[in-house]
Design a protein around this ligand. Structure first.
Ligand SMILES: C[S@@+](CC[C@H](N)C(=O)[O-])C[C@H]1O[C@@H](n2cnc3c(N)ncnc32)[C@H](O)[C@@H]1O
Ligand code: SF4
Ligand code: SF4
Length: 392
């Protein structure tokens, strides 16, 4: 079934090895669940409740010291998220502390509070990467995020940051849904005008406020449209690097076409987090079920928990059911992403095989043609070479 069975075996063995070694590479810090927006799709339902017991600055610093003392901080990317990270007044003091300990840090933000003063702090604290959310052109973005007048502020912030050479990655993230699927070209043109080099496209997942929201969630046609758009752009331009978010195995052929490699869900093997109440967890988008929470930094050492616990995430069978067990894609997908696993029904909410049945054959043909063309090219080159030799 696969073009390269050997690769599949190596990949599968690599994943099993990862479950054993679990090197911490990304540490998400959800530093608050407060937010200045009320997005229709918010997976963490931010703004719906007043958070109690938000993690304090001292508690955050303790975790940073703990991690830096046991691992090489240069290898653990600190990803600050929320809620909206910029509503937290001590954010930059904490990030200055992190940078001095040796971490690289980045943040995901709605961008509404980025002005000259914030950009100065971003530069002073050596922020390496930033991802700013844009979910549509002005009118749609503002109605989707429920903050009139926010679009211009975000664009202003992006322009300011564009002038800062110390920012390694200035990225825009778009969460694709039924409302904005037809604006992808407009957003692309906007980013091109702004000179943005990185664009992360992801799909709204059925979590938080987007759960069961058929006005937002893409159907298979919508998904095909989104992937066609990405494929076309990836093939025809190289001004903006377009990545598909860290979500879902898309099927063998489609993953190679869109991502250039198969998807791997690093929850609990490479990716850990501290939530806004101090809970020790994996990616903040995974359902926060009590049995999945591994500890709390108020009573536990993060490193000790990372080393000794996280067992549910480090089993080959961590996301499986009878369908997955029999699936020919199992060794690559392994049940897909943890954050879309339905723990009540024991099933994957986003199963590529279920979703893209007909696309499989189509994409297989595309890849086979690519292979054939490559072979033809090599043959042509070889003939040219030998012709040259004979004539000389
Ligand atoms: C939770 S937000 C936190 C950072 C910031 N407040 C923002 O909106 O960018 C992080 C990212 O998750 C995305 N997100 C929120 N709800 C989502 C959902 N239901 N499915 C997929 N991504 C979602 C946001 O659009 C944003 O890009
Ligand atoms: S997606 Fe971000 S900006 Fe929107 S409500 Fe959630 S945390 Fe706030
Ligand atoms: S059946 Fe399971 S292993 Fe196969 S593609 Fe779907 S989620 Fe992945």
């Amino acid at each position: 079934m696969y073009d390269d069975q050997e690769f599949v075996e190596q990949y599968y063995n690599g994943k099993k090895e990862l479950f054993k070694t679990h090197p911490l590479r990304v540490l998400f810090f959800e530093i608050t669940s407060r937010c200045n927006a009320r997005c229709e799709h918010c997976g963490s339902s931010c703004g719906d409740f007043v958070p109690k017991d938000e993690i304090t600055g001292e508690e955050i610093k303790k975790v940073l010291r703990d991690v830096a003392a046991h691992y090489d901080p240069k290898l653990v990317m600190l990803n600050i998220t929320g809620g909206e990270p910029l509503v937290r007044k001590d954010l930059f003091e904490l990030m200055d502390y992190a940078t001095k300990l040796g971490f690289y840090w980045g943040m995901t933000t709605n961008g509404m509070l980025i002005d000259e003063e914030v950009v100065k702090k971003i530069v002073d604290t050596k922020m390496y990467s930033i991802s700013v959310s844009i979910d549509g052109m002005k009118e749609l973005h503002e109605s989707f995020r429920k903050v009139p007048g926010s679009f211009e502020k975000i664009i202003h912030g992006l322009k300011l940051m564009k002038e800062c050479p110390s920012i390694g990655v200035l990225q825009v993230t778009t969460c694709v849904n039924k409302k904005n699927i037809d604006q992808l070209e407009d957003i692309y043109q906007l980013l091109k005008e702004l000179g943005i080099k990185y664009w992360r496209i992801m799909e709204v997942d059925p979590i938080g406020r987007a759960k069961n929201n058929d006005d937002l969630l893409l159907d298979a046609d919508g998904e095909n449209k989104m992937f066609e758009f990405m494929k076309e752009k990836q093939l025809t331009q190289n001004e903006i690097r377009i990545d598909y978010g860290c979500a879902h195995y898309l099927g063998w052929n489609r993953d190679w076409l869109i991502r250039g490699k198969p998807f791997i869900c690093g929850a609990g093997t490479m990716v850990g987090s501290v939530l806004s109440n101090g809970d020790i967890f994996v990616c903040p988008d995974v359902p926060r079920r009590p049995e999945l929470i591994q500890g709390n930094v108020r009573k536990d050492s993060f490193v000790e928990v990372w080393e000794k616990k996280f067992k549910p995430y480090r089993k080959v069978s961590r996301t499986t059911n009878s369908t997955c067990k029999k699936c020919p894609d199992w060794k690559i997908c392994m049940g897909g992403a943890f954050h879309t696993w339905d723990f009540d029904e024991n099933r994957q909410l986003f199963c590529a095989r279920e979703k893209f049945k007909e696309m499989y054959e189509f994409e297989k043909r595309v890849l086979e043609n690519q292979k054939k063309n490559k072979k033809k090219d090599t043959k042509k080159k070889e003939t040219k070479k030998s012709n040259k030799k004979t004539s000389s």
